[in-house]
Ligand binder design. Structure first.
Ligand code: ZN
Length: 789
C-alpha cells in the first residue's frame, strides 16, 4: 500500500475542506453595542464584501438578543426596531443573491444581561443550580446543562430560526460546561447543583459524590456519566433537535475536544455522528504553531476523518480583541496556510466593527489574503492529510493515571507531537477507540505510544497484530503497564512487543530523591544505526522502574553511573559519568514483520521541559530507523510541514509554512490574557465591562505599559488610524533558504514537481540512496509544492 492509497475519501458534507468561511455579524451582540450596529448595518454590502474576499460561506452570529428571550416564546429584540425590516431575512437574501452559504451562530448556553428577567421568572429553581444572578452578563457565565426549561427554550429558538430563515446550518458557540460545575460546595456541605444531582440520581440511582476526588471510583463514575450523558448528551440532543427540523443542515460546535482541557474537558469518540465539524479559534501569538496544528489533528481524529474548522482570530497587540483593528497579515497568512495544509476549513474572524460597518483595516487584510488564496483553492479543496505516524492520545491515561493534573500525561503525547512537528514528520492522532481497530491503525506506517500507561487487552492485542503484521512502533515510559482502569500490572501488557520485562521499582532513582539527579539523569548510547552521528551521552528523567531486555532485542542505551556528589553548578550540569550501569534505557528490535523502539523514560514529556536538540535528533533517527518517511524534509524546527492528497486527483501537495516572523514574540507578551492585555488588566481592576467585548480603546496605565514595552523591545511599529490608541502589529517575515526535500519515488512516482504560486517546474536531483531531491531556494511564509504523478 502506498501512502496515496491511505487517503480517506472526503465525507459528503455541505462544507468541505478548502472552504473559505468568514465569520461576521459577531456584532451587534451586546446590549451596550446594539444601537449603532442596528442603525448602520448594511447586509448587502457585508455579504458582497465577503464574496469579494473569496469567502464561500458566511457565518452570521445571531446572539440571544436577535430574537429576544421571552418566557412564553420568541419575539424580535427591541433593538431590531432600529433596523428597517428583518435583518436576518435580508442577510439570507443577500447570501442567496451572491451565492454564499449561510450559517447562523450563537452561544448555546451563555447567559448575558438580557436574560436576567427571564431567569427571575423561575428564580427558585435557578438558585438551586448555584447560579449567581449578580454575575449575569459576565463573560462565560453558563447555565446548568440539565436545566430543562432552558433546553426547551434553546430548542424553540433553534427551530424558530430554521423555520423562519433560509439557511445552511448552525455554528454553535458551545456548549460550555465542565464536570466540576457540580462541585463548588453549598454552605451545608452539599454539592452545588441540585438539578444535576437529581438528574444523576434519576439516571443511575446514585448520589453525586461530595467532592472531586480522582482516586475515588464514585467520582470517576460520575465523570464518565458527565462526559457521555451530560456533555455529549447535550450535543446529541441539540444535534437531534436540528436534524429533526431539517436533516440537511450543517452543524459545528466549539472545541468539545481541547488538548489542554476543553469546554467539556472531554474527548468525544464517535463524534462523527454528533456533528459535521468542530471548530477552534486561534491566533499564533505565544502558542506558536503547535497548538492550532494539534487542535486540527485532534478534532479530525474525533470527527472520524471529517474536516475540522479553524478561525484565524488574530488581533491587534494593543486592543486585545479579535473583532477590532488590523491583524498582522503574516499571521493571517501563516495560520491560514497551516489550516489549508491540514486540509481543514479555513475561517476568518469578523471584519465588522462595533458600529456595524466593515472594519477598514481588518477587511483589507482579509481581502488581501482572500485574493492570494482564491486562485489556489483548486489545490486545497476535497483534500485529506497524509499522516505518516499515528500518535495515541489516551483519554484513559489522562483521566485515570494523571487525574487532577492532566499535564502529567499530556506532556507525553504533546511533546511527541512537538518532536515530530519539529522534525517535519507528518502525523495524526489516534484516539482510544481507534487503538482497538486494526484497520484504523493500518492507515499509519508507525504508531506512537507516548507513555500510554492505561491500555486495555483489546488495545494491546490490536497493537500486537499491527506490529507483527509489519507496522512500526515507537513506545515510551509506562506504556501498557496499567490496564484501562489504571491497575498496575505485573508486567507490560505489551512486554513481548516492546521486548522488555518489568523489573520492579528502581532502587537507583529512589536513592536520588531530593537530588537534581532525580529529574535529570544521563544515559549512554550504544553503537547502532540509530545512534550514528549522535553524541554518545544524553539526559532525560530516569523512570521509577527498571526493565530487562529480551534476548531478541538490541540495547540502544543504558543508564550511566554518576559520581554521587556531582556538582550541578558545573558546565555539563554536574553529570559526571564514572561508568555504565548496564541497565537498559532504550531497546530496539523486531517483532514479527514489524520494528519496535521502546524507551523506558518518558522522553517526549521531558522534551517539553528541556527542548534538548540532542533528544530531538535521537527521536528523529529512531523514527527514521523504524520506517523512513516517503517525504523527508531538512529544515529548521519552526517550519510546519504537511502533505495533502485530493480525492480523484493524481497529485499530492507538500506544504511548507514558516512561522518565524517577529511580531510573534511581541504578541507573546502582549497577547490575550497576558499581563499587559488591557481587557485582562481591567478585569483584574474590576473596571471591565460586563462582557468580553471591549471597545477598541486602551486606558491610561495599561496603554502606558504597552507603550513602554514596545519602546523597549519592538523594533518598529506602525499606527493605524482607527482609534486613539490602536497600535498595529507589523509584518516582518524572516525568510529561509535551502530547505531540502527528499522523496521516495516508490511512494510518489511523480513526473513533475511545481510551485503552486508560480506554476514553475522545480529542478529535481537524485540522492545517493536513490531518492529524488528538491531544494527550495526561498521560503517566506508559505510554499506549496505539487507532485504531479
Ligand atoms: Zn447543574
Amino acid at each position: 500500500m502506498t501512502l496515496v492509497d491511505q487517503i480517506v475519501a472526503t465525507p459528503d458534507v455541505a462544507i468541505k475542506p478548502g472552504t473559505h468561511l468568514i465569520r461576521v455579524g459577531y456584532y451587534p451582540k451586546w446590549r451596550d453595542h446594539q444601537r449603532d450596529p442596528y442603525l448602520n448595518i448594511d447586509p448587502d454590502q457585508i455579504v458582497r464584501q465577503a464574496r469579494d474576499m473569496g469567502a464561500t460561506v458566511l457565518e452570521w452570529a445571531v446572539p440571544e438578543n436577535h430574537v429576544f428571550i421571552e418566557w412564553d416564546g420568541v419575539l424580535p429584540h427591541p433593538a431590531q426596531s432600529l433596523y428597517d425590516g428583518d435583518l436576518l431575512a435580508d442577510v439570507s437574501r443577500a447570501c442567496r443573491q451572491y451565492g454564499v452559504k449561510l450559517l447562523l451562530c450563537w452561544a448555546t448556553n451563555a447567559i448575558h444581561e438580557d436574560m436576567a428577567d427571564w431567569l427571575r421568572r423561575d428564580w427558585a429553581t435557578i438558585q438551586t443550580t448555584g447560579f449567581d444572578l449578580g454575575k449575569i452578563g459576565t463573560y462565560h457565565r453558563h447555565i446548568c446543562p440539565n436545566y430543562q426549561r432552558h433546553r426547551q427554550w434553546v430548542a424553540g429558538y433553534v427551530c424558530e430560526l430554521a423555520q423562519r430563515y433560509d439557511i445552511d446550518g448552525f455554528i454553535f458557540d458551545g456548549p460550555w460546561f465542565q464536570h466540576h460545575h457540580v462541585w463548588p460546595r453549598n454552605a451545608d456541605g452539599s454539592v452545588a447543583c441540585r438539578i444535576c444531582c437529581d438528574a444523576y440520581k434519576q439516571a443511575t440511582g446514585r448520589d453525586v459524590p461530595l467532592k472531586l476526588d480522582w482516586s475515588s471510583r464514585d467520582c470517576l463514575d460520575y465523570i464518565d456519566y458527565f462526559k457521555s450523558e451530560v456533555y455529549r448528551g447535550y450535543i446529541r440532543w441539540l444535534t437531534g433537535v436540528v436534524r429533526r427540523k431539517h436533516p440537511h443542515l450543517y452543524i459545528s460546535y466549539n472545541s468539545p475536544i481541547y488538548i489542554w482541557g476543553g469546554w467539556g474537558d472531554s474527548c468525544t469518540p464517535d463524534a462523527a455522528d454528533l456533528a459535521d465539524s468542530f471548530y477552534v479559534e486561534m491566533h499564533l501569538a505565544g502558542r506558536e504553531e503547535l497548538q492550532p496544528v494539534l487542535q486540527l489533528k485532534l478534532n479530525r481524529a474525533a470527527l472520524g476523518g471529517k474536516p475540522p474548522e479553524m478561525y484565524c482570530k488574530t488581533f491587534d497587540l494593543a486592543v486585545a480583541n479579535f473583532a477590532y483593528s488590523r491583524p498582522p497579515l503574516c499571521e493571517v497568512r501563516a495560520l491560514g496556510y497551516i489550516t489549508l495544509s491540514e486540509a481543514a476549513i479555513i475561517g476568518i474572524h469578523s471584519s465588522m466593527d462595533e458600529n456595524g460597518r466593515a472594519h477598514p483595516e481588518r477587511s483589507s487584510v482579509y481581502a488581501e489574503f482572500g485574493a492570494e488564496i482564491s486562485p489556489k483553492m483548486p489545490y486545497y479543496v476535497d483534500a485529506a492529510p497524509v499522516e505518516f505516524a499515528g500518535i495515541h492520545f489516551s483519554e484513559r491515561t489522562r483521566d485515570l493515571y494523571a487525574g487532577e493534573n492532566p499535564s502529567q500525561y499530556l506532556v507525553s503525547p504533546v511533546g511527541m507531537a512537538q518532536l515530530f512537528a519539529e522534525s517535519q514528520k507528518t502525523y495524526g492522532f489516534v484516539l482510544d477507540d481507534n487503538l482497538e481497530d486494526l484497520s484504523r491503525l493500518g492507515r499509519h506506517k508507525m504508531i506512537v505510544l507516548a507513555n500510554s500507561a492505561c491500555m486495555s487487552m483489546e488495545q494491546a492485542q490490536a497493537v500486537r497484530e499491527y506490529v507483527s503484521g509489519g507496522g512500526c512502533l515507537l513506545a515510551t515510559g509506562e506504556t501498557s503497564l496499567f490496564d484501562e482502569n489504571d491497575n498496575l500490572q505485573r508486567d507490560f501488557l505489551l512486554a513481548d512487543v516492546l521486548g522488555v520485562r518489568f523489573n520492579g521499582p528502581s532502587s537507583e532513582r529512589l536513592k536520588h530523591r531530593g537530588s537534581p539527579l532525580h529529574d535529570r539523569y544521563p544515559f549512554l548510547l550504544k553503537s547502532h544505526e540509530i545512534s550514528e552521528g549522535l553524541q554518545d551521552r544524553m539526559i532525560s528523567r530516569r523512570p521509577w522502574f527498571e526493565i530487562e531486555a529480551n534476548a531478541d532485542r538490541e540495547i540502544l542505551a543504558t543508564w550511566a553511573q554518576v559520581r554521587e556528589e556531582t556538582d550541578f553548578g558545573c558546565v555539563n550540569g554536574g553529570l559526571e559519568i564514572i561508568g555504565d550501569s548496564q541497565l537498559p534505557a532504550i531497546v530496539a528490535g523486531r517483532f514479527g514483520k514489524g520494528k519496535v523502539v521502546y524507551c523506558a523514560c518518558d522522553i517526549s514529556g521531558q522534551y517539553m521541559f528541556e527542548m534538548n536538540r540532542h533528544i530531538r535528533m535521537l527521536v528523529r533517527q529512531a523514527a527514521r530507523w523504524l520506517s523512513r518517511d516517503a517525504v523527508e524534509v531538512a529544515a529548521p524546527k519552526h517550519v510546519h510541514f504537511a502533505i495533502t492528497a485530493q480525492t480523484g486527483q493524481s497529485r499530492v501537495v507538500l506544504h511548507f509554512v514558516n512561522v518565524l516572523f517577529n511580531n510573534k514574540s511581541a504578541n507573546e507578551v502582549l497577547g490575550h490574557g497576558f499581563p499587559y492585555d488591557p481587557a485582562a488588566y481591567r478585569k483584574r481592576e474590576g473596571t471591565a465591562d460586563p462582557c468580553c467585548s471591549q471597545p477598541g480603546r486602551t486606558d491610561g496605565l495599561a496603554a502606558e505599559c504597552i507603550r513602554q514595552y514596545r519602546a523597549k523591545h519592538v523594533r518598529k511599529e506602525s499606527y493605524c488610524p482607527t482609534g486613539a490608541d490602536q497600535l498595529s502589529a507589523y509584518d516582518e517575515v524572516i525568510p529561509l533558504h535551502g530547505i531540502k526535500v527528499s522523496i521516495d519515488p516508490r511512494a510518489y512516482a511523480f513526473s513533475r514537481a511545481f510551485d503552486i504560486d508560480t506554476g514553475k517546474t522545480l529542478a529535481c536531483g537524485v540522492t545517493d540512496d536513490g531518492r529524488r531531491e528538491i531544494v527550495l531556494d526561498e521560503l517566506q511564509v508559505y510554499r506549496g509544492i505539487v507532485l504531479q504523478m
